[in-house]
Design a binder for this molecule. Sequence first.
Ligand SMILES: [Zn+2]
Length: 342
Amino acid sequence: MQELVAVRKVELHQHVDGSIPVDITWELMSRHGLNPVATREEMEELLVLQNREGGTLLSYLDKFHYPLWITQFYDNIALVTEAIVEAAHKQGVRLLELRYSPIIHTYAGLTVRQAISGVLHGMNVARRRLPDIECGLVVIAMRQHGPHIAKILARQAISEAYYLHNTTGVVGFDIAGAERGNPPSLFREAYDIARRGGLGLTAHAGEDEGPNCIWQAIDELGINRVGHGCSALEDRELMRRLAKDHILVECCLTSNYQTGAVTAGQRHPIYDFLEAGVPVAICTDNTTVSNTDQTRENALLLPEMDLAAITELHRRAEEHSFILAPGAARSGDQRARGKSRT
Ligand SMILES: [Zn+2]
């Protein structure tokens, strides 16, 4: 396991809300008298998905209420982000894209922009101690809030874009939440705004819906990467398209089994993606809700891949990161491709 910890890792799909270490949630809840249960152990049960609770995307999303109690305040948001970056760094992550929907962190009066800069501040504080980790934020629009809010969020995301500031910034745009009834095509204008604003584009798609959703996200939103994308497996033409256009699939193994995106006992689609020449990244999704970390997710691949292959997987995933140092140009960079479409 120690050898696996030492692998230089790239994390492209990790949510802030679902990844806050239990200890810091407990500490903040107790400090502010918000704790709904008497002990840390009971709190852990509420934050981490229990075997009896899993099986569907909606039951998985149900675990996200308690983190929101503490992440409505600038200092708390910065503090929990700092803890997430530190925890990832301990697992060998050296490039970290966190994602977050700022609008669900404005219930106590923060503006969307403050909610974004709270996360960026936490990243910057962590990076002062851990300068060898690169960080960036992907702003999420929740599908159930509709296309108008998504457009507003895309504009706010641009205002904190990485290339406008000397420190860590927003690098990408995403949609998440209930897939059913909220097809990607609704969000076309929001993605146009984000693309023109120089952000990388990804979308949760094909986790709870069929391949049609992924086609829509590619053709109508112009995504550079897809979150989960499990149902692509049902469509060989789509698999060829992902490979041809170098659209990376952000694979989250533990989470996919917990939400039912992949049936228990079934081989994970990541191997089919690799065999079809589709770029992939191994991602945690939510380290706390899924009770996992980067090392554990990598270990799941060990029966079929050796250490060198896993290291190579991370190296190639890095080429698809939306994090790009200002002024630096990576050849074949996904963002450059996205920009050329505008
Ligand atoms: Zn996700």
